[in-house]
Design a protein. Sequence first.
Length: 282
Amino acid sequence: MPELPEVETIARGLAKRVTGDVIETVWLGEKSEPLKSPATEIVATLQGALIGAVRRMGKHIVFDLQRNEKSHRTKKLKTNNVQLSQWIVHLGMTGRLQVCEPEAEVLKHTHAIAKLASGRELRFVDPRRFGRLSVASAGNFDAGGFEPLEVELGKFTTLFRGRKGPIKSALLNQKLLRGVGNIYADESLFRAGIRPRRRAGTISREQLRRLFLSVREVLTEAIALGGSSISDYVDAEGEEGFFQLKHRVYGREGEPCLVCKTPIKRIVIGGRSSHYCPKCQK
DNA sequence: ACTATTTCCTGGATGC
DNA sequence: TGCATCCAGGAAATAG
């Protein structure tokens, strides 16, 4: 389940492999769920575009595209405008972007194939179809709230002010912070010593400071280890991440807390399983 | 203006 | 072994 560290890892891998390449043709599958923009628009935006950069925004992978606008040639001057747009991919739960040779077997649940000028193909595969593809003109894409690794402490603190809902839900709310998902929310709350059900607005300034630092710490460590490989996650090179080995509460229900040996509890908050240590987290 | 709940999807795990 | 059921969860839609 790609969250910020996994998406960052994937985006970096893709950037290495496809930056500077040109998308020649695009094939889109029958299923419409993965398409957030109209199919015709996606094809028109991608075909003939040069990939200028690949980067992450929240849990989205953004391809910065450049294409030469169909210039209306006037008598006096040829306008050769470069049109800037973006291809935005959200991997959902099970989405993958693979760069491969055209001969490679087309996996079941392949929803899009972009043929590149280098001869390779960039494919979007997503069995569960929670992933989404869209296009936007440059600068028009809104990825949501603040980047957790860029936001300042003061701003971070105000995000939770007056909120009656559980802090866990607030951390997952992409309109506040973008990129934190279930694993990293649980891990951050454990390190900050805050229970997931704590109402966000009741958390002290000092505790929020701890949470702020914990979120940064957890995400930074996870990126350094290539993310968490749960079920079948692999990055752009097909490599697994290793942060799952560092999980202190996520997926450890019933196992002893690594700090105090108390069994880790699992509860459901807003439909999400939430793991915490009843002794270490208040 | 919020927050809470439901819905979308398939494959793997579990139960009988 | 086979079949039904449940569960994972991000985000949008819907309900409160």
